[in-house]
Design a protein around this ligand. Structure first.
Ligand code: SF4
Length: 115
């Protein structure tokens, strides 16, 4: 009997700014992921976007609960969206604690999505 082994696809999530989400549908993040550009350029074609969520508003109140949830789903990497980090948006004053919440859960963080 032939045994087929498939490499496990990398599971990716994006957390983004709740304030910016009022005006941004997230197209830039998804275009970058779908085309494997910018901060997604190192993923192979099997990589999967399994979650895309906002922080829940200052000070990132949803992040802890949602990170627990996606960890159960086997997420490998969480991207902090570019809108949390760009100079032409108000800079996120809570990004350090949001990042720490994710890394404390044992999940790798990538800084940025499409800018
Ligand atoms: S905590 Fe940061 S990312 Fe979340 S709404 Fe506030 S400024 Fe935006």
């Amino acid at each position: 009997m032939k045994i087929i082994t498939e490499e496990k696809p990398t599971k990716i999530a994006v957390v983004r700014c709740d304030i910016v989400s009022e005006t941004c549908p997230g197209v830039g993040c998804f275009m970058a992921f779908n085309k494997r550009k910018m901060y997604f350029k190192d993923y192979d074609e099997n990589a999967e976007m399994i979650a895309f969520f906002t922080c829940g508003g200052c000070s990132g109140r949803r992040v802890y609960r949602l990170v627990k949830s996606i960890k159960k789903m086997g997420v490998d990497v969480v991207h902090l969206s570019s809108c949390m980090q760009m100079e032409d948006y108000p800079e996120c004053p809570h990004i350090d604690s949001i990042r720490k919440t994710i890394t404390d859960a044992g999940i790798e963080v990538v800084e940025g999505t499409h800018h």
